[in-house]
Design a protein around this ligand. Structure first.
Ligand code: IMP
Ligand code: MG
Length: 183
C-alpha cells in the first residue's frame, strides 16, 4: 500500500505485466511503422501526450529501430480524481502534421474527451491518418464515443496511478500501476 497526498493506493498491474504487454504492442507498432514507410515518403510521427504518457511512450518507441519522428503535446483535463469535462491542448506554432500519419501514444482513455478532441484537431490540421495507442482503457467511463486503435489493458472505472499517471502531481515515477484503495 502507498500513500499519495490524502489517499491510499494498492497494487493493480505489476511492472512485469506492463513490460510483457508493451512487448506485445511493440509487434503491432512495428507493423504500423513498416506500412507507413511503404505508403509515404515521410516517417511515422509518434506523438506522446504530456505528462502521463511519457513513460509508456518512451518504452514503446524504444522497441523500434526503424526511422520514426517523435513529438509531444500537452493536454489538460483532470483535477484530483475527476475529469473537469473540458480539454485544453497546447500546440506550439511550429507543430506541423500536414499529410502525415500520426500515432498518438496516451496513458489512459477515460471519458474519451481528450483523445476525441485531439484526433479531430490533428485531422483539422491536415494529418492524413491518426492512430491511437493507449495503455489503459476505462471503457465504462466513456461519455464521448471513442475507440482507440490499440489498447494495453481494459480496466474497470477505477482511479489509477503509477507508470506516468498521477494523483495531483504524485505517483508518476512508480514503476507499476496502483488503484485507489476502497478502505
Ligand atoms: P479523458 O479525456 O476523460 O478520456 O481523460 C484522459 C486523461 O485524464 C488522461 O490522459 C489522464 O491524464 C487523465 N486520467 C484519466 N483517468 C485517470 C486515472 O485513473 N488516473 C490518473 N489520470 C487519469
Ligand atoms: Mg493525460
Amino acid at each position: 500500500m502507498i500513500t499519495l497526498h490524502d489517499k491510499s493506493f494498492v497494487p493493480f498491474i505489476s511492472a512485469t505485466e506492463i513490460a510483457t504487454r508493451v512487448e506485445e504492442l511493440a509487434a503491432h507498432f512495428d507493423a504500423l511503422v513498416s506500412s507507413n514507410l511503404q505508403e509515404r515518403n515521410q516517417p511515422l510521427l509518434v506523438l506522446g501526450i504530456l505528462r502521463g504518457a511519457v513513460i509508456f511512450h518512451s518504452d514503446l518507441i524504444r522497441t523500434c529501430t526503424a526511422n520514426i519522428e517523435v513529438e509531444y503535446l500537452r493536454t489538460h483535463s483532470y483535477k484530483g480524481l475527476k475529469s473537469t469535462g473540458k480539454v485544453s491542448i497546447d500546440v506550439p506554432p511550429s507543430f506541423d502534421v500536414k499529410d502525415r500519419h500520426v500515432v498518438i501514444v496516451e496513458d489512459i482513455v477515460d471519458s474519451g474527451l481528450t483523445l476525441k478532441t485531439l484526433v479531430d484537431l490533428l485531422l483539422t490540421k491536415g494529418a492524413t491518418k491518426v492512430t491511437t495507442i493507449v495503455l489503459l482503457d476505462k471503457k465504462d467511463a466513456r461519455t464521448t464515443p471513442f475507440t482507440p486503435t490499440l489498447v494495453g489493458f481494459d480496466i474497470p472505472d477505477l482511479f489509477v496511478v503509477g507508470y506516468g499517471l498521477d494523483y495531483n502531481g504524485l505517483g508518476r515515477n512508480l514503476p507499476s500501476i496502483y488503484q485507489l484503495s476502497e478502505l
